[in-house]
Design a protein around this ligand. Structure first.
Ligand code: AOS
Ligand code: ZN
Ligand code: ZN
Ligand code: ZN
Length: 388
């Protein structure tokens, strides 16, 4: 059994990034439900991320989405984040919300549209440099709906060209994470539908291009931890967009639908030595809280990742390896399940007390009166972006 001090040290060093868009109003294509007290601009989203960090102690950065978080002065926003106790994390360019992008962005058949999309990616590289961000996080809504609609192969060439130009513009400290998604908004094919496509492009680009795994972007039943192990082994696991899915890209709270899957993923991370911040695997949340209050939902999500991580850290690796090596199928499985079935809430509560934060972050947030203050202060909260 790993000793408690080692488990706590690893949990204390863990970093989980929250996304700016989770703090704004969101919904489905049927309805956006407006909530009270939501942020009105990027500055207030930063404030909410800082609040989540204050109550959890392990969420010290916020991912931005451009143009949803566009501001006049990014240096000022960076300072605002610093003053609030956090920093700017991944920069997420948005090349999917304009009429020009009906047939795609960087894969569009029209070179003028491709140029416009590339210019936005390059602008985001600059924003990353100004904000001290080390991650350019790329997701393309590009794809086709009908067989024959466009050349699958030509679109790959266009994609490669844009990625290459973007990669070339990145400062040395910046990584490019390329996110894949099986379907939606395109239904016949997406241009980056799976880890293999992302990986192939990353290999061509260079060491600082890595695969981003959004847990909601796979076919039902996909073994995500296999992909995680494979990409880690290849040195190409850039990070995660954590969330839960029941059916499609549901973007529900991580660990809510399938805590066992999250544990299995974190087990591969721990075994692969990738929990260490030096391994540079970004643990980011990509969620929308359509009907539940946003800040406590984010706190809950951070705790869910922590709980899965704690269980993965409790796996008795020596016993596991011994069972594996001797072909003890049941023993190996039991080593994993023993850890999964451990109640890790007491050890996490202890850790939080040692860190000087409340052992029960959700209860502490409720008691703090922060939500009521936000409702009083903020009138007319902004929509996260979709349908805006
Ligand atoms: C879209 O499905 C991807 O998950 C994106 O990472 C992300 O949700 C988007 O950029 C935010 O709108
Ligand atoms: Zn995502
Ligand atoms: Zn998702
Ligand atoms: Zn998604």
């Amino acid at each position: 059994m790993t000793d408690t001090a080692t488990v706590k040290a690893a949990l204390r060093a863990q970093r989980i990034e929250t996304p700016s868009w989770a703090y704004g109003n969101s919904g489905t294509r049927f309805k956006v439900f407006a909530q009270e007290g939501v942020p009105r601009n990027a500055y207030e989203k930063v404030d909410d991320a800082a609040t989540v960090h204050r109550f959890t102690g392990v969420a010290p950065s916020i991912a931005l989405h451009i143009p949803w978080d566009r501001v006049d002065d990014y240096a000022e926003l960076t300072k605002h984040a610093g003053d609030a106790g956090i920093r700017i994390g991944a920069i997420n360019p948005n090349v999917f919300q304009e009429d020009d992008y009906r047939l795609g962005s960087v894969c569009n058949p029209d070179p003028i549209v491709r140029r416009k999309a590339l210019d936005h990616l390059l602008e985001c590289v600059e924003i990353g440099a100004t904000t001290g961000s080390t991650i350019l996080s790329l997701w393309f809504a590009d794809g086709t709906n009908y067989p024959g609609q466009d050349s699958i192969r030509a679109r790959q060439d266009r994609l490669a060209e844009a990625l290459e130009a973007t990669y070339a513009a990145m400062p040395g400290a910046m990584r490019m994470l390329l996110e894949y998604k099986l379907f939606e908004p395109s239904f016949y094919t997406m241009d980056v539908p799976d880890w293999g496509t992302s990986y192939a492009h990353c290999l061509q680009l260079g060491d600082r291009a890595q695969v981003l795994v959004d847990t909601g972007h796979h076919a039902p039943g996909t073994n995500i931890e296999f992909i995680v192990a494979l990409m880690l082994r290849a040195g190409r696991l850039g990070g995660f967009h954590f969330n839960s899915r029941f059916y499609a890209d549901d973007d529900l709270m991580v660990g809510a639908a399938d805590p066992f899957q999250l544990f299995r993923i974190m087990h591969e991370i721990v075994q692969g030595g990738a929990l260490d911040p030096a391994a540079d695997v970004a643990f980011m949340l990509d969620q929308c809280h359509n009907i539940e209050p946003k800040i406590p939902a984010m706190i809950r999500s951070v705790l869910n990742v922590q709980e899965a991580t704690a269980k993965a850290l409790l796996v008795d690796s020596d016993a596991l390896r011994a069972a594996q090596d001797s072909g003890d199928v049941l023993g190996a499985n039991a080593a994993l399940m023993d850890a999964f079935n451990t109640d890790v809430r007491p050890i996490l509560a202890e850790l939080r007390e040692e860190m000087g934060i409340d052992p029960d972050p959700i209860a502490a947030y409720r008691r703090s009166g922060h939500h009521e203050r936000l409702v009083a202060e903020r009138q007319g909260g902004a929509q996260a972006g979709w349908g805006a």
